[in-house]
Design a protein around this ligand. Structure first.
Ligand SMILES: CC(C)(COP(=O)(O)OP(=O)(O)OC[C@H]1O[C@@H](n2cnc3c(N)ncnc32)[C@H](O)[C@@H]1OP(=O)(O)O)[C@@H](O)C(=O)NCCC(=O)NCCS
Length: 172
């Protein structure tokens, strides 16, 4: 048998005790992975969103949040807001380009589909845009949002979920 290229990625639901480590992953991800697309001031403002851990924990807990692990330690997370909007997707720089975000999105797309969503939207950062494009998301609109004192650009993208992702019988 061929050796596995990477250690196996685990997935599990978010627990309240994960908040500090997910806040740290959020900040490290923004600071470490987005420098080609956003200025230092923009990254600092964006990373600071997780500084208020209580608010950050409430946001994670109010959404369907999945945690990805490598050898038992969290390395990334995704959150689904409402039925069909991907709110957060962040991977630690030390675990980037190993398929972690792909595993998280595979799972959340399946869960959303199983709950009846027919499409997913995301306000993708310029860093994440190629990732979502490769997954079949298409750009809908270009936006500018304020984060702290900074303006950041992103792109609203949409993917239709395949009908065969829906569970159960289809009406005839
Ligand atoms: C975007 C992000 C989540 C991708 O996480 P990841 O675990 O590295 O992604 P994967 O390893 O699953 O990537 C799968 C494929 O997507 C594409 N991809 C991923 N990151 C990319 C990048 N920075 N540039 C171009 N293509 C990229 C590649 O085709 C990659 O396959 P490959 O590594 O075999 O070439 C990660 O870079 C991140 O956390 N960025 C900072 C935070 C952010 O912008 N979040 C999104 C908010 S909407």
């Amino acid at each position: 048998m061929m050796a596995q290229a990477f250690p196996q990625i685990g997935l599990r639901p978010f627990l309240p005790a994960d908040v500090p480590i997910l806040a740290a992953i959020f900040a490290a991800s923004v600071e470490g992975l987005t420098e080609d697309d956003y200025s230092e001031n923009q990254r600092d403002a964006w990373a600071a969103v997780a500084d208020d851990e209580e608010a950050f924990g409430k946001r994670l807990g109010s959404q369907l949040t999945l945690v990805a692990t490598l050898q038992g330690s969290p390395v990334g997370f995704v959150s689904l807001k409402g039925a069909d909007h991907l709110d957060m997707l962040y991977v630690h720089p030390g675990a980037a380009r190993q398929g972690v975000a792909s595993a998280l999105c595979d799972a959340i797309e399946k869960l959303a589909g199983a709950r009846g969503a027919t499409r997913l939207t995301v306000d993708a950062s310029d860093t994440a845009e190629p990732f979502f494009k490769k997954r079949g998301y298409a750009g809908e609109s270009r936006n500018t949002v304020t984060v702290g004192d900074e303006w950041l650009a992103n792109t609203t993208m949409k993917k239709m979920l395949a009908a065969n992702d829906q569970p159960g019988e289809r009406p005839s």
